[in-house]
Design a protein around this ligand. Structure first.
Ligand code: FPP
Length: 229
């Protein structure tokens, strides 16, 4: 038996269906989903998870309707308006993974300030994947290395890992995907190479602490061999 995951990754799926089931616009589901993220982060702190990486807005999500993209982009400043002080009080270190160049400068400055302010916190690393796609992360990283004058023919797994958005963070031990779909949807493709996968039909806004404990209990029974016997 192994302990709890040190690094937990989550695909928070099902907000749209949660809203539709209540005859509400999809945006209501996303807003409920971001409140769930705050609650979920606190559960992670209390269970001793050290790193939490969540998929909040994908590169593909830019193709949703203008109205929904606007609502998804607004989730981040709304979340910070409501929870930034509490995140700091809880000593949660916040990072954003993704192509931040696509965000409007005001939002970008705000998140960059929070990233800098929370740099020394060590209770939980909350990595929010925003305007993020795993293939885009790899392409951005290789371009960044090329632009810095690195000899790309000398790149190895370690040097590439150290240049990704997730630089310096161990790979996820467990991935939870809510909402019933059985796929990775371009999330952390490099980092998930040996991660244990857990899928549940629960929609993200309905996910409870008991559901999290159930996922942990399932994880504890897994035998991780990382390709070795
Ligand atoms: C997928 O559900 C979920 C998203 C596209 C957004 C997820 C975002 C959050 C849970 C909140 C993020 C919080 C912050 C702070 C930015 P879906 O819309 O695909 O749902 P469906 O599959 O039921 O249609």
């Amino acid at each position: 038996m192994q302990g709890l995951p040190q690094h937990l990754a989550v695909i928070m799926d099902g907000n749209g269906r949660w809203a539709r089931a209540r005859a509400l616009p999809r945006q209501f589901g996303h807003r409920r989903g971001s409140e769930k993220l705050y609650e979920f982060s606190k559960w992670c702190v209390s269970h001793g998870v050290r790193y939490l990486t969540v998929y909040a807005f994908s590169t593909e999500n830019w193709q949703r309707s203008e109205e929904e993209v606007k609502a998804l982009l607004n989730l981040l400043p709304q979340f910070l308006d409501k929870h930034e002080a509490e995140l700091k009080a809880e000593r949660i270190r916040v990072k954003l993974f993704g192509d931040l160049s696509r965000l409007e400068p005001k939002l970008r400055q705000r998140v960059e300030a929070l990233i800098a302010d929370s740099r020394e916190f060590d209770r939980l690393d909350l990595n929010i994947c925003f305007s993020y796609g795993a293939r885009d992360e790899l392409v951005r990283t290789i371009r960044k290395l090329a632009a810095s004058g690195q000899d790309l023919s000398q790149i190895d797994e370690n040097s590439l890992s150290l240049a990704l958005d997730s630089a310096g963070i161990p790979d996820p031990d467990l991935l939870i995907r809510t909402g019933g779909e059985l796929r990775l949807s371009n999330f952390l493709l490099w980092q998930l190479a040996y991660t244990e996968l857990y899928f549940t039909d629960k929609l993200w806004p309905d996910f409870t602490e008991a559901d999290l404990i159930e996922a942990f209990n399932d994880y504890k029974k897994r035998q991780r061999r990382f390709g070795r016997r």
